[in-house]
Design a protein around this ligand. Structure first.
Ligand SMILES: Cc1cc2nc3c(=O)[nH]c(=O)nc-3n(C[C@H](O)[C@H](O)[C@H](O)COP(=O)(O)OP(=O)(O)OC[C@H]3O[C@@H](n4cnc5c(N)ncnc54)[C@H](O)[C@@H]3O)c2cc1C
Length: 430
């Protein structure tokens, strides 16, 4: 969680019954709650920590179509429309700006990857295009690195995570949703193969539908139900600088750093070319499902074996509804900041854009992301338990699509016409 996360006041009264229970108060669960409340469907969202306490407040705030898989772009396009309308829908700003996203290429080979992506999405008529060195200098001036070119999408953008999800949650409450914080859902109750309620740590709630939007905890929650969800945890680390008259409003990614302007005048920076992957039992159990992805992404991972393996091993994989589940023991997943990666990011950024020699680090944090084997989420009804819908596994890029993903999950749960074709997000593909 970044220090600036807006905290909200919610109810602590557990109702006896509702129509839909949502597990998880990240952007996906909150967006589903907002959608359902707007449709006058009784909904209760339970969050074991506080709203947006895990990934949804720790992300960089990038909202992009660029470099997404072709199948994943309709969801991102639907999300763009929802982000645009968000101030009107919520009655307040969430810092959304369509200020563009630009990925720099060091070599012609890297530029060719962008060109191939452009060709693969030609049918969608996006505003993405390649930029020459001169175009780059015009849009993001002051670089000392000899770029080969870049890809630029003017209609991509950003929002402020610390504002967005709390504002969406407040609007959901105003429209009739019940949101309860500091209360975990321990298990789903079923009757004749159908959802009949949930057991929370504060008592039972009867309901007909459950949406599981539990982020990195969804695998363990479903594991306790005998369902194997293939997601693996990886740690992403980030920092915010002191204010600076920086090179651009555009969010910029290079091979070994990224930056985007924060509304306080500083920049949010990350080491784009590296993620920390502390080995856990799950990596050993299902790592083989990621071999195809590893062919291309192995160089991104800083794999380590250490205390995370043993602390994870101590967390239960099976529990009864009367017992404390692992996510009450780790109420908020708060991995330590990876200072070495942040220092690398700043050194690479300063070498490329010397203007950043004038800044200090104001804040640093890390978050655990939940990665599926094909890096696309699962938004689907669970075959084995009627009434249960999954919206999880957003693989490090679910903030941007979050508003649309939550709405799609609400559509699927209630059997209404889906926002977009949900086929790319079926569980069975994995
Ligand atoms: C450092 C970092 C940078 C990122 N940058 C970007 C970016 O720029 N753009 C982008 O699109 N994405 C980005 N992401 C990814 C993005 O943040 C996530 O994909 C997105 O927030 C996922 O939302 P979620 O609602 O699925 O999960 P989460 O935000 O993790 O929410 C899940 C919630 O469920 C709660 N929960 C779990 N189990 C239970 C239970 N049993 N009972 C009650 N509550 C429960 C958890 O406490 C948690 O709050 C980044 C992530 C990180 C960590």
């Amino acid at each position: 969680m970044t220090q600036t996360l807006n905290r909200i006041q919610t109810s602590d009264v557990i109702p006896d019954s509702t129509s839909v229970v949502i597990i998880g108060g990240g952007i996906v669960g909150v967006s589903a709650a907002l959608t359902l409340a707007e449709r006058n469907i009784p909904v209760v969202l339970l969050e074991k920590g506080h709203i947006a306490c895990e990934q949804s407040s720790r992300n960089l705030g990038w909202i992009r179509k660029t470099s997404r898989h072709l199948d994943d772009i309709p969801l991102a396009m639907a999300a763009d429309e929802l982000w645009k309308n968000m101030p009107e829908r919520l009655g307040q700003s969430v810092g959304y700006q369509q200020s563009g996203i630009l990925f720099l290429a060091d070599t012609h080979e890297q530029l060719e990857v962008h060109d191939n992506w452009l060709k693969s999405v030609e049918s969608l008529d996006l505003d993405s295009r390649l930029l020459s060195k001169d175009d780059i200098e015009r849009r993001v001036p002051g670089s000392e690195r000899p770029w080969a070119g870049a890809i630029f999408t003017p209609s991509d953008g950003r929002a402020e995570p610390h504002m967005a999800v709390p504002a969406m949650a407040n609007a959901a409450i105003a429209k009739g949703a019940t949101i309860i914080q500091n209360t975990s859902v321990r298990a789903v109750n079923t009757s004749a193969g159908r959802v009949s309620g949930v057991y929370t740590e504060a008592g039972e709630i009867k309901c007909e539908h459950v949406i599981l939007a539990g982020g990195a905890w969804s695998r363990r929650f479903l594991g306790n139900m005998g369902v194997s969800l293939p997601t693996l945890p990886v740690v992403c680390t980030a920092l915010r600088t002191t204010p600076v008259d920086g090179p651009s409003d555009i969010a910029v990614g290079a091979s070994n750093f990224s930056f985007r302007k924060h509304r306080n005048g500083g920049y949010i920076v990350t080491q784009r070319g590296a993620l920390k992957a502390p080995i856990t039992l799950d990596h050993l159990l299902i790592g083989h499902q990621y071999l195809e992805a590893l062919k291309y992404q192995r160089s991104f991972l800083r794999v380590s074996f250490g205390k995370e393996f043993f602390s994870d091993l101590c967390l239960k994989r099976r529990w009864k509804s009367t017992q404390k589940p692992p996510f009450e023991k780790v109420r908020i997943h708060n991995p330590p900041t990876v200072t070495s990666l942040n220092n690398e990011a700043m050194a690479n950024l300063r070498a490329a854009y010397p203007i950043f020699n004038n800044v200090d680090i104001e804040e640093a944090w890390a978050g655990v992301i939940d990665i599926t084997p094909d890096s696309n989420p699962i938004i689907d009804c669970l075959d084995t338990v009627s009434g249960m819908t999954l919206a999880t596994g957003f693989s490090g890029h679910g903030f941007g699509t979050g508003p649309a993903a939550g709405q799609l999950a609400a559509d699927l749960a209630m059997g209404t016409t889906p926002l977009i074709d949900p086929k790319p997000y079926k569980f069975s593909r994995l």
